[in-house]
Design a protein around this ligand. Structure first.
Ligand code: ATP
Ligand code: MN
Length: 466
């Protein structure tokens, strides 16, 4: 095929392309025929939100036959001249000279018609939904953010570590794991004598990872600063607008780092990603502002400008009690903060992102560092307006004795974590890290209310289509 130009490039560099002849390829969004025998076709190729207007003269014999077959959804390859557009909202349009229909789209069957479709309906046609404005914009923003995540850490000399998707750490995530089995595998795993693992491919039960943190710690305690960025699985049977069974998590882990520094990096990280989106995804953001969440520019500009609020869990409980809001879940020291509490803190009390630190020991996992009060751990949750928690992190317990005591209290099987304790026995150092859910961040910057719209193929209880 003759190489074409991306429509996004034409709009970006319109002066350069003006009066030039170019080829573009894409899918027809709409078609409108004027009485004067001219057709206006909106062609979108996904490179940007905007479609390019094709002006096609029906009287041109070389175009006539193709034009009769052009319908919404069909794919076209078009050659023509870029000219200034008299129309509103577009600087240029294309006067078609040559047009090939690559693939038809039966108008009777094509599900994406001009009207607005519900997100629920679009999920059922996940093979076509990236052709809509909303899902196309999400995909572009998500891609830009993914790249910026790598950039952020690479520029700061973190190393990218690929942690395993299959793990056999016994109690990771407790009830929330998916088990990995090989149907039909009945043999003795090669190289193992113990009968215990018979029928288990890995010689023992194995699971899909719920976090790469523990393995990232291994590498942080050798390379200093590392991060992981990969798929994460949790069998949470919660049908909320913020939980997926498969999502992507970014987990930096830093040696020689305490909670204060951890928080500083996390805040800088979120601010950086928001700045990149504001700078590089302006057209898509403008779309989300107009059609999804009108307060988006203010919310994002504020993250860009103002420092986050930092409060302890104990202060948060105090503020929530004082607020006299009627919550579904009671506010009490020792209870976890629920989504409604998180929202109240970020949306009503502080009206900006809030980092809550130092949670009760009983609420958090065994690896978080016990504070001097003996009651709390050096944990942090970063909450943002609208989405709630987007980051969870902590300083890790680096003292062997305290770690062992924590494991005992929380009934963590010691055999499975001897290696984790070893990291404390041999050259232990203070270290910290956090996990950011990619989809929660994309929700935050797009304003989309449901997490299922910010991942190409959402997996939730009862749903694993496409
Ligand atoms: P939540 O309380 O919202 O369920 P969590 O405390 O279980 O989250 P962590 O274990 O701290 O979450 O995971 C770190 C981050 O991963 C969270 O802050 C969130 O951004 C993201 N995350 C966790 N669970 C999910 C999920 N099921 N779907 C999408 N993102 C998630
Ligand atoms: Mn959870």
């Amino acid at each position: 095929m003759e190489k074409g130009e991306r429509i996004g490039s034409l709009f970006r560099d319109d002066q350069k392309y003006l009066n030039k002849e170019v080829r573009v390829n894409g899918w027809v969004r709409t078609r409108r025929d004027s009485r004067a025998g001219v057709s206006f076709i909106e062609l979108n190729d996904g490179s940007c939100l905007k479609s390019l207007q094709l002006v096609v003269d029906f009287h041109d014999p070389s175009l006539q036959e193709t034009l009769t077959r052009v319908t919404t959804g069909c794919s076209l390859s078009v050659k023509g001249q870029v000219v200034p557009s008299p129309g509103k909202g577009q600087s240029i349009e294309l006067h078609a000279r040559e047009m090939t229909l690559l693939g038809e789209a039966d108008p009777a069957g094509y599900p994406l018609q001009k009207k607005r479709h519900s997100f629920e309906f679009l999920r059922q046609i996940a093979h076509l939904r990236p052709r809509t404005n909303t899902l196309g914009a999400v995909a572009r923003v998500r891609s830009r953010i993914s790249h910026a995540i790598h950039q952020f850490f690479q520029e700061r000399h973190f190393f990218y570590i690929q942690t395993p998707i299959i793990t056999a750490s016994d109690c990771e995530g407790a009830g929330e794991v998916f088990q990995v089995t090989a149907p039909g595998f009945s043999g003795e795993p090669a190289g193992r004598e113990e009968p215990a693992g018979k029928g288990e491919f890995f010689g023992k039960p194995a699971y899909l990872t719920v976090s790469g943190q523990l393995q990232a710690e291994i590498y942080a305690l050798a390379l200093g600063k590392v991060y992981t960025f990969g798929p994460t699985f949790r069998a949470e049977n919660s049908n909320t607008s913020r939980h997926l069974a498969e999502f992507w998590m970014v987990e930096p882990e830093m040696a020689f780092c305490d909670l204060a520094e951890d928080l500083r990096v996390a805040e800088e990280f979120i601010r950086h990603l928001v700045e990149v989106v504001l700078r590089d995804c302006a057209e898509d953001l403008d779309f989300f502002t107009r059609f999804v969440e009108s307060s988006l520019p203010q919310v994002l500009e504020q993250v860009h400008r103002e420092p986050f609020e930092v409060i302890t869990y104990t202060e948060a409980v105090h503020l929530l009690k004082k607020s006299r809001e009627s919550f579904v879940y009671p506010v009490q020291w020792g209870n976890d903060l629920q989504a409604e509490h998180e929202r109240h803190l970020t949306e009503n009390i502080f009206k900006k992102p809030v980092a809550v630190i130092h949670f009760p020991r009983s609420l958090k996992p065994f690896y978080m560092r016990v504070n001097d009060d003996g009651e709390t751990v050096a944990a942090m949750d970063i909450l943002v307006p609208g989405t709630g928690e987007i980051i969870g992190g902590s300083q890790r317990e680096e003292r062997t004795e305290v770690l062992l005591e924590q494991m005992q209290r929380k009934l963590v099987p010691r055999e499975s974590y001897e290696w984790y304790v070893d990291l404390r026995r041999y050259g232990s150092v203070p270290h910290s890290g956090f996990g950011l859910g990619l989809e929660r961040l994309v929700q935050f910057v797009t304003g989309l209310p449901n997490i299922r719209e910010v991942i190409p193929f959402p997996r939730t209880p009862g749903h694993a289509d496409f």
